[in-house]
Design a protein. Structure first.
Lengths: 382, 535
C-alpha cells in the first residue's frame, strides 16, 4: 500500500524557497517592458499570494508594495514629462520650458511632450511595479521572523538584535501613548517642543528598563553560553559572511540590470559576482556554524515541494532569459505606439510560475491544525 | 539543593547591604516561600540563586551561593541555565520569540540540545502546563496567566532542578493565579523540583509551602510555615484571624481554619449583623449611560450603565480582560465610548483640560511610574501643587500621611512599587478630584502599605470623594468597598452592596468570609469589633 500522501501535507514552505521563487519572478520582470508580459507576471504573483500568504499583519504586504509601485509609475510619468528630451512621435502638449544657462546644455526642463515618451515612462514604471510586487509577495508569503530562522549561524547575534528591535519598536510607540495620556491626566498643557522634551525621558527610560530585563531573561536562559568563541575568530567569520552577502547583492544587481560594464565581454557585476559572493557566504557560515554550538528547534525542511516551487520560478526566469538571448523583442513598442504582441515562450514561462500554488503544500490553518491534532488519538485507537 | 553560606550583598553606591550574612539551606524537592515586607531584600535573595546578583546587577557579594554543587562565584547565570530556571516578575518583558512553541524552545537552542530531544521536551512541557492549545499563538495575544505559564515553561524545557520565581501571581486574577500555583504544585509533587518563590499575596501561596524564608531588615531565616506565620510581620488574613482569637499554631488554609472555627462561629452567631454601615449615597458624581467601547477585534464594554455617588467606594472585579481598565479609562476621559455617554461632575470627561481636569477626575494607572517623570519625588510633588493650583506643600503633606519619612530627593525609579504608588496617589489627590480612579492599586504592595492605603481611601470617601478601583485583590475589596461591580466580557454581571456580592461568590469571597460563612463578616477588623463585649 502506498502510504505517501498524494498531496503534500499542510505545512509552511521553507522561507528561502519563497524568496528564491519571488526573486526568479522579479528577474523575469526585469528583462521586459512588454506590458502584457508584465501584467501576466503580476497576475501570476497575485494568484500565488492570495492562495499561500500567511495570515497576520504582513499578509497585506503584496497590495502595499504594488500601491507603492503605482505611485512610482505616476512619479516617473511626471518626471519624464518635464525632464526627458524630445521623443519621437506627435507632440501631445507643451510644458513651460525653463531657460537654462549654456553650460547645462545637456539638460532640459519643460518643453514639448510626446506620447511616446509618456508611454515609455509608463512601461518602465510598470516593470518597477512588478519587481516591487515580487518583493511584497515574498514578505506576504514568509513572516519576516521566520526568515530570520534560516539566517546563517554566524550572523545569529545580528539576527537577535533585529528580533529585539522588532519587538521593542511597537512597545516604544505604546510607551509614548501612555506617557502622553499621563500628561493629560495631570493636566499638563505645555507647548509642543517642551512636551516632547518632557516625554522623551520617561519613554527612553522605559525602553532601557525593558532592554535590561530582556537581557537578564536571555542570560538566565543560557544565551551566549555555547557561543564562547574567540572574539577575533568571530569577527573574521562575521565579516566574511557579511562580505559574501554583499557580493551576492551586487551580483544580483548586475544580473537584474543586464547592462552593467564588464571585462572582456563577461559582465563583472553579474553571475560571477553573485556565485562568488554566495560561495563565500555559505562557506564561511558553515565554518562559523560548526564552531557555534546552537541547535535549531523544528528546522524548516527542504524537500520535494521546495524543489518544485524553486523549479517553477527557475523555468519562468529561464524562459525570459532564453527569449532575450534568442533575440525575441521583449520591449513594449513605444514609437510608434502599438498594441504589443505577446511572445509565446516568455508567456508560457510566466504561466509555469503559477504552478507554485500546486507545488507548495497548503497552509496549516489553525482549524486544520486543530482537526489534525484531535484526530490522531482516534486513529490510534482504531 | 540551594545553599547560602554567610552571604552579604552590597550594591554599588548603596550605603547599606541589601542582604546581610544570610545562611540557609533548601533541600531538594521543597517549595520554599520567600516572605517579607517591601524592600526587605526578597528580590535580591532570589536573584542570588542563579547568579544575576552580582554578575548582572553589579555590586559585591560576600560568602558563597551554591546550587546543585555549582558556585555562583565561578558560574555566570548562563552557566546555571540548566540547573536554575529563573522567572521574573513581568514575564512579558523576558520573551524573546513571538510564538509560544519557539519561546519554549529558546533556552534549549541556546544550550545546544539535540533537535529530537528538543521536540520531545517541548511537547512534554506543553502538556505539563496545559499549553497545548496555545502552541502556535503569538505571545502578545495571551492573557497574563497564560503568559506566566509560558514563562515558566520556557525555563522548564532546559530541565533545571530548581525553579526561582519572583512574585508569579501578583498581577493575576484569582483564577489565573490558581492555574499557575496548581502548575507549580504539580512540578513539586510529581517531578520533585525545588521551587523558591516570593509572593505578597500570602493568602494564595502559604498553604502550599514546605518552608518559609522570612526576610526582614536584610536578613533571612528558614522556618516551618506555621512557626514562620506566628512571628512574621506580614501575614494573610486567616493568620491574622488566628492571632485575634488565639489559635496556635495558626492555620494556613481556609480548610484548616474552618475546622477550628466552629466555637468562634457559635460565639459570633447573632452578634454579627449583615447591616451595611454605609450610605445612603445620593449625590451622583460620575455616571455611564449605556457606554460601549470597541477595541480592534473585541467589544471591551457592552452598554454598561453605572452611577457612582459621592462617598461611595466601588470595587470593579472580574477576569483579566473583562473590561475593568477600559471602564476606568472611559471615566477618566482617555477612551471615548463609541455609543452611549460618560459624565463626571456634569461634564464629559474627555473634554477636560488643565486644572479643571485635575480637580474633577484623578486616575492612578496600573504602573504608577507612568505618572512620574521628573528626577526627584520632591519636584514631582511641587509640580503637582502647581498643576492643581493649590498651596505649595499640599501634596507633600499627603505623602507624609501615606508613607512617612520618604526621602524627597529620591528618584521615582529607585523607589519600591509600593512607595511609587503612594507618591502617585499624593500627586493625584493634591487636586482633590471629585472622582478618584485606581487601577490595580495593590500590585506589589505589602500588608503595611495596603493598610495605609485602606485608611486613606476610607478617610477620603468619608470626605465625599467618589472612588472606583479595579482590583483582583478580594481582601482589599472587602476592606474598603461599599459596593462591588463584577464585569465579565464587557458586561456588568453583578452590581450590589459589597457584603452580599462577595459573601455569595466562591471566587471573590475573602478568606475571613470563607472561614466564618455563613456569617456575613468580611475582615479581621469586623470580627474584632463583633467579639468585643457589648457595652
Amino acid at each position: 500500500m502506498d502510504l505517501s500522501p498524494r498531496r503534500p501535507l499542510p505545512r509552511l514552505l521553507h522561507p528561502a524557497a519563497w524568496w528564491l521563487w519571488a526573486g526568479c519572478m522579479a528577474l523575469a520582470a526585469s528583462r521586459t517592458t512588454n506590458p502584457l508580459l508584465l501584467l501576466l507576471l503580476l497576475g501570476v504573483v497575485a494568484v500565488v499570494v492570495s492562495e499561500r500568504r500567511v495570515p497576520g499583519p504582513w499578509s497585506r504586504a503584496f497590495a502595499l508594495f504594488v500601491m507603492v509601485g503605482v505611485v512610482v509609475i505616476g512619479f516617473r510619468v511626471v518626471l519624464s514629462a518635464f525632464l526627458a528630451g524630445p521623443g519621437a512621435g506627435p507632440v501631445l502638449f507643451v510644458t513651460p520650458q525653463v531657460a537654462l544657462p549654456d553650460w547645462l546644455a545637456g539638460l532640459r526642463i519643460g518643453g514639448p511632450v510626446t506620447g511616446d515618451t509618456l508611454l515609455a515612462a509608463v512601461y518602465e514604471g510598470l516593470r518597477l511595479t512588478v519587481m516591487l510586487g515580487c518583493i511584497g509577495a515574498a514578505n506576504a508569503l514568509v513572516l519576516p521572523t521566520r526568515l530570520l530562522r534560516v539566517v546563517p549561524a554566524a550572523l545569529y547575534e545580528i539576527g537577535v538584535a533585529v528580533v529585539v528591535t522588532l519587538t521593542v519598536l511597537p512597545m516604544l510607540v505604546a510607551d509614548t501613548v501612555r506617557v502622553r495620556e499621563a500628561r493629560l491626566l495631570r493636566g499638563r498643557q505645555s507647548s509642543a517642543p517642551r512636551a516632547a522634551a518632557e516625554m522623551a525621558l520617561p519613554v527612553l527610560a522605559g525602553a532601557l528598563d525593558r532592554a535590561v530585563k530582556l537581557a537578564a531573561a536571555m542570560d538566565s536562559r543560557g544565551y551566549g553560553r555555547t557561543t564562547a568563541v574567540a572574539r577575533r575568530t568571530r569577527w573574521i567569520t562575521t565579516a566574511a559572511v557579511a562580505a559574501g552577502l554583499c557580493g551576492v547583492a551586487l551580483g544580483l544587481y548586475g544580473v537584474l540590470d543586464g547592462g552593467t560594464p564588464g571585462v572582456a565581454g563577461v559582465p563583472l557585476l553579474g553571475w560571477p559576482m553573485a556565485v562568488a559572493g554566495g560561495a563565500l557566504a555559505v562557506g564561511s557560515s558553515l565554518v562559523a556554524g560548526r564552531r557555534i554550538g546552537r541547535t535549531v528547534y523544528r528546522p524548516d525542511p527542504w524537500s520535494a515541494p521546495e524543489w518544485a516551487v524553486l523549479a517553477t520560478g527557475l523555468v519562468c526566469a529561464g524562459a525570459m532569459l532564453a527569449a532575450s538571448a534568442a533575440g525575441v523583442d521583449l520591449q513594449g513598442p513605444t514609437s510608434p505606439p502599438q498594441w504589443p504582441a505577446l511572445p509565446l515562450l516568455p508567456a508560457a514561462g510566466a504561466l509555469v510560475g503559477l504552478l507554485a500554488v500546486v507545488a507548495s503544500p497548503p497552509l496549516p490553518g489553525p482549524v486544520q491544525a486543530r482537526r489534525a491534532r484531535t484526530s490522531t488519538p482516534v486513529a490510534v485507537a482504531r | 539543593m540551594i545553599r547560602f553560606v554567610d552571604v552579604s550583598v552590597t550594591y554599588a553606591d548603596a550605603p547599606e547591604p541589601a542582604l546581610r550574612e544570610v545562611t540557609l539551606d533548601i533541600a531538594e524537592g521543597e517549595l520554599a516561600l520567600v516572605v517579607g515586607p517591601t524592600g526587605s531584600g526578597k528580590s535580591t535573595l532570589l536573584r542570588c540563586v542563579n547568579g544575576l546578583v552580582p554578575h548582572f546587577t553589579g555590586g559585591r557579594l560576600d560568602g558563597r551561593v551554591v546550587v546543585d554543587g555549582r558556585d555562583t562565584q565561578t558560574h555566570a547565570p548562563r552557566d546555571l541555565a540548566d540547573v536554575v530556571g529563573f522567572v521574573d516578575q513581568d514575564p512579558a518583558a523576558g520573551f524573546v520569540a513571538d510564538i509560544v512553541e519557539d519561546e519554549l524552545a529558546y533556552a534549549m537552542e541556546s544550550l545546544a540540545v539535540p533537535a529530537p530531544v528538543m521536540r520531545r521536551r517541548v511537547e512534554e512541557t506543553l502538556d505539563l502546563l496545559g499549553l497545548a492549545d496555545l502552541r502556535d499563538r503569538p505571545l502578545r495575544t495571551l492573557s497574563a496567566g497564560q503568559q506566566q505559564r509560558v514563562a515558566i515553561g520556557s525555563v522548564l524545557t532546559a530541565h533545571p532542578s530548581t525553579l526561582v520565581l519572583d512574585e508569579p501571581t501578583s498581577a493575576l486574577d484569582p483564577q489565573a493565579a490558581e492555574e499557575v500555583l496548581a502548575a507549580l504544585q504539580r512540578l513539586v509533587h510529581d517531578l520533585g523540583m525545588t521551587v523558591l518563590m516570593s509572593e505578597h499575596r500570602l493568602e494564595r501561596a502559604v498553604q502550599f509551602a514546605d518552608r518559609v524564608i522570612l526576610v526582614e531588615h536584610s536578613t533571612a531565616h528558614v522556618h516551618q510555615p506555621p512557626a514562620a506565620m506566628s512571628i512574621s510581620p506580614v501575614v494573610p488574613p486567616v493568620v491574622a484571624l488566628a492571632r485575634l482569637v488565639g489559635w496556635d499554631p495558626p492555620p494556613l488554609s481556609v480548610r484548616d481554619a474552618r475546622r477550628m472555627a466552629s466555637p468562634v462561629r457559635t460565639r459570633l452567631d447573632g452578634v454579627a449583623t449583615a447591616e451595611s454601615a454605609h450610605g445612603p449615597f445620593t449625590t451622583t458624581v460620575a455616571s455611564l449611560d449605556r457606554a460601549t467601547v470597541r477595541h480592534p477585534g473585541v467589544v471591551a464594554l457592552r452598554q454598561v450603565s453605572l452611577d457612582v455617588a459621592a462617598g461611595e467606594v466601588v470595587a470593579l472585579m472580574g477576569r483579566n480582560g473583562a473590561g475593568k481598565s477600559t471602564l476606568l479609562r472611559v471615566l477618566a476621559g482617555l477612551d471615548r465610548p463609541a455609543a452611549g455617554s460618560a459624565q463626571v461632575d456634569g461634564r464629559e470627561p474627555e473634554g477636560l483640560r488643565g486644572q479643571r481636569r485635575v480637580r474633577t477626575v484623578g486616575l492612578v494607572p496600573q504602573s504608577p511610574r507612568d505618572l512620574l517623570w521628573t528626577e526627584s519625588v520632591g519636584r514631582e510633588l511641587a509640580d503637582a501643587d502647581r498643576d492643581a493650583g493649590v498651596p505649595a506643600g499640599t501634596a507633600a503633606s499627603l505623602l507624609d500621611e501615606l508613607s512617612p519619612g520618604l526621602d524627597l530627593s529620591a528618584h521615582p525609579g529607585d523607589l519600591s512599587e509600593g512607595q511609587r504608588l503612594t507618591v502617585a496617589l499624593a500627586v493625584v489627590l493634591a487636586g482633590s478630584p471629585a472622582l478618584l480612579l485606581l487601577d490595580e492599586p495593590t500590585r506589589g504592595l505589602d500588608y503595611d502599605t495596603k493598610r495605609a492605603l485602606v485608611a486613606l481611601l476610607r478617610a477620603r470617601a468619608a470626605g465625599g470623594i467618589a472612588t472606583v478601583l479595579a482590583t483582583h485583590d478580594v481582601e482589599l475589596a472587602a476592606e474598603v468597598a461599599t459596593r462591588v461591580v463584577i464585569l465579565a466580557d464587557g458586561e456588568v454581571v453583578t452590581d450590589g452592596p459589597a457584603r452580599e456580592s462577595v459573601v455569595a461568590s466562591p471566587v471573590f469571597a475573602p478568606q475571613v468570609a470563607k472561614v466564618l460563612a455563613p456569617l456575613p463578616l468580611l475582615t479581621v477588623d469586623e470580627v474584632a469589633v463583633a467579639l468585643e463585649p457589648a457595652p
